[in-house]
Design a protein around this ligand. Structure first.
Ligand code: 13P
Length: 254
């Protein structure tokens, strides 16, 4: 089954508001030819509303990078799904490896966050991926299986329509080391198989699975042409229009 690609830029903790406005505007102006490929910009919370304002007359979507699962309350420093929605965002990244590594995110909290996002009508980009140690000790498949099955526990087939999975091997994030297209394809196919087992083949065929980890203009086409790679979650290369746009264009041409 042919699935249109989805390219998301995870801006992480980069870009103040004037830089964010400028980058969003450049991407909007220079992506008017893009018709099939979905583009999602994920700026920091502080620039969400501003970036939405900048791209709202285009087909570019906006996403947050995290959320807290409670609706509201005394949770200093946290942001709810409803608050994200009110900034005009349609997506939220959940369970990024940096959240898991530095902020104690677990499969159980990933699961709560996904449910809170979906309940508010947000779509979730759910990240999974193994560390270097895990890859080298041969437990990649096991780690991915646990993250997918525990992370998505209790979701319905309908919920899955609003989910994207991002496979991001931790050792490839920000290191310049990209998984080979074959390594990435192998895990993507495994993830699709897990979704098939958990939710059925109709869901598995449709779900989009992005690859993330040092995606650049130079490697985008070979990665994106793998049968189970439906897009990219881009970090470093999404911070400049000159390096983000060629990745989107590579996706559009496939
Ligand atoms: P890099 O593209 O900088 O490796 O980051 C990938 C990533 O973590 C996207 O979420």
């Amino acid at each position: 089954m042919k699935r249109n690609k989805v390219i998301a830029g995870n801006w992480k903790m980069y870009k103040n508001n004037s830089e964010a406005q400028q980058l969003a505007n450049q991407i909007k102006i220079r992506s008017t030819e893009i018709k099939k490929t979905e583009i999602i910009l994920c700026p920091p919370f502080s620039a969400l509303a501003l970036v939405h304002e900048q791209v709202k007359d285009s087909s570019i979507a906006v996403g947050a990078q995290n959320l807290y699962w409670e609706k509201e309350g005394a949770f200093t420093g946290e942001i709810s799904a409803g608050m994200i929605k009110s900034c005009g965002a349609a997506y939220v990244i959940i369970g990024h490896s940096e959240r898991r590594q530095y902020f104690g995110e677990t499969d159980a909290t990933v699961n709560k966050r996904i449910k809170a996002a979906l309940a508010e009508g947000l779509k979730a980009i759910v990240c999974v991926g193994e560390s270097l140690d895990q890859r080298e000790s041969g437990v990649t498949a096991k780690v991915i299986e646990t993250q997918v099955t525990a992370g998505l526990e209790g979701l319905s087939k309908d919920d899955m329509k609003n989910l994207i999975i991002a496979y991001e091997p931790v050792w490839a994030i920000g290191t310049g080391k990209t998984a080979t297209p074959e390594q990435a394809q192998e895990v993507h196919a495994q993830i699709r198989g897990l979704i098939d087992a958990q939710f059925g083949s109709d869901v598995a065929e449709k779900i989009k699975i992005q690859y993330g980890g040092s995606v650049k203009p130079e490697n985008a086409e070979t990665l994106l042409s793998q049968p189970d790679i439906d897009g990219a979650l881009v970090g470093g290369a999404c911070l400049k229009a000159e390096t983000f746009l060629p990745i989107i264009q590579a996706a559009e041409l496939l």
